[in-house]
Design a protein around this ligand. Sequence first.
Ligand code: ADP
Ligand code: MG
Length: 701
Amino acid sequence: MTRMYDMLQQDITYLPGVGPQRAKLLKDELQIGTLRDLLYYFPYKHIDRTRLYYIHELTADMPYVQLRGHILSFETEGEGRKRRLVAHFTDGHGKVELVWFQGIKYVMSRYKLHTEYIVFGKPSVYGGRINIAHPDLDPADGFSLSALGMQPYYTVTEKMKRQGINSRSLERFTATLFSRLDAPLPETLPAYIVEQLCLMPLDEALRKVHYPATAEELRRAMLRLKFEELFYLQLNILRYARDRQCRYRGFVFARVGGAFHRFYEERLPFSLTGAQKRVIREIRHDMGSGRQMNRLLQGDVGSGKTLVALMCMLIAVDNGFQACIMAPTEILAEQHCATFRQFLGDMDVEVALLTGSVKGKQREAVLAGIRNGDIQILVGTHAVLEDTVDFRSLGLVVIDEQHRFGVAQRARLWGKSAQPPHVLVMTATPIPRTLAMTLYGDLDVSVIDELPPGRKPIRTMHRFDNNREGLYKAVRQQLDEGRQAYVVFPLISESEKMDIKNLEDGYEHLCKVFPEYKISKVHGRMKPAEKDEEMRKFQSGETRILVATTVIEVGVNVPNASVMVIENAERFGLAQLHQLRGRVGRGADQSYCLLVTRYQLSEDTRRRIQIMTETNDGFEIAEADLKLRGPGDLEGTQQSGVAFDLKLANLARDGQILQLARDTAQRVLDGDPQGTLQENALLWQQLQALRKAHVDWSAIS
Ligand code: ADP
Ligand code: MG
């Protein structure tokens, strides 16, 4: 085993056919430095060389296929950039169009009519018909079906191609490598797991993922490799959570006392929803159990998480502890602070605010109050975390609207004291289940799945930006009834001049259209004080329209606002659109969200807008988002949480494998809590090696 391991550590330079020059390219362009790297550089597709398909069998979801037949005629269609060459191709039974957008002249001179060719390509649908774009054609004489099976295709960079290394070269390298492996590659999963789950052994899977004989073999090889990736990821998370539980005892909040009861009985202006009650019960139980709580509270926008946070903090206070809530922005922190003070009224609970704008004497006073324990509830920004804030007895930390608060950040928090406080992470950004299992896999989860009564679902409509009259009419109607409106402009990067100009123009324009109403304007380029002042004016109702960039994305609560206009909605992602929309519909009135886009939209955008107009359900939207974008794009997955690189597994598509991996990891831990069973020795060894390769994780576990 060790010998094989050593062999795989060998420099790629010494693989026959590589040499120093190519080795440097492989290293620079693809990070392939050793034989092992090459082994784990997987093909992005395979072409099935084992059989010919009939044209009438083709469907758009097929991989690359090969056909045999001849070209009946060529024609060029379209003008300018849309100009394309179409070859009408037949196999004697059916017809299909082969399409080229580039190199038209070359194609026409190279391929002859009525000559037998083998066509390789991926079928797709265009205008309701199957076609094949940019296929490869080889003369059919001398063609025979390959006994080798599926041919692998590897991604190479342009620079490599210019220097003569293409997919075929990589194919040769991997083939050489396999021919030189004289013993099976050592297994990385315990035999009993491989057996129970009928997985392919690692050696076979690695060979087959490059050189499968059939599509089914490829699928099984992928399954094995994906499972392994996800399994170690889950094992790491679950074991880590377990270790933490053993290591840290939680503060015991034994009683629910005066502050909580007085608030519940005398101050609460409405009754809690069933979901809020259930969640508070779960949290209360956790905090009284002697375990340190690490809980994620998910609840769609407007579901009333802030109130839940406050009541949990009151439990901490009742037990003689301090509590702290952290918001992502100063505006939100101030809003929470004001909300809490208003909710608590004349109750004897000391609430203080600490943000970057709290300075000088005032800051000194707050810091002193935190130190001596006078301040019982601290409201701050996430920055407080980094600060040297010194609590007398911090018992509970609530982190609001922070879906990016991954494992590493939480670990930093626990590091702050010998006995870490209970932690509650709240998020309205719905996280698809598969992602939550990974990003928050070590947390217990509570869900508020019910909105306060009387809320009417927001009506979402799609408008094209060339029809402004209708749009303004709808907005004016709401303003005339005393409501308020948001108008949001995209601002992808705060430095983009065009975006700022768009917003400024939009603002001027709205001032002209609505001369009778005062309008606020907020964007990230403004000074914080100015920004806050404008927000305050809107919150108090002094201004009736708020023109803003996405700074209002999270948490802002102005129940009187009933219209959300999103300009250039095509530039926002689904999760963001949903967050923005959640700023309205917070009162009892019917609210509206108007998504404004240009007329011509891509298929993806059309789909996004359609989903928005069809559902208000955050979880449905999150799942759709994950499918449309893939998890790599979802904010934060890279920085925090998904600890090991996923080479093959895809959180959007491999939900079932992930579940299997998690269940298996759970079973292993349940059956071997001390990690002492001989049959699992390999597991802990592998995990250790993986952790070593990922510094972030080894540092905290
Ligand atoms: P989010 O979950 O998005 O943070 P908030 O906590 O801001 O939601 O709550 C949205 C609004 O609903 C607030 O005005 C809050 O006071 C109100 N609210 C919360 N719980 C209830 C309830 N049980 N009944 C009625 N209104 C509630
Ligand atoms: Mg909130």
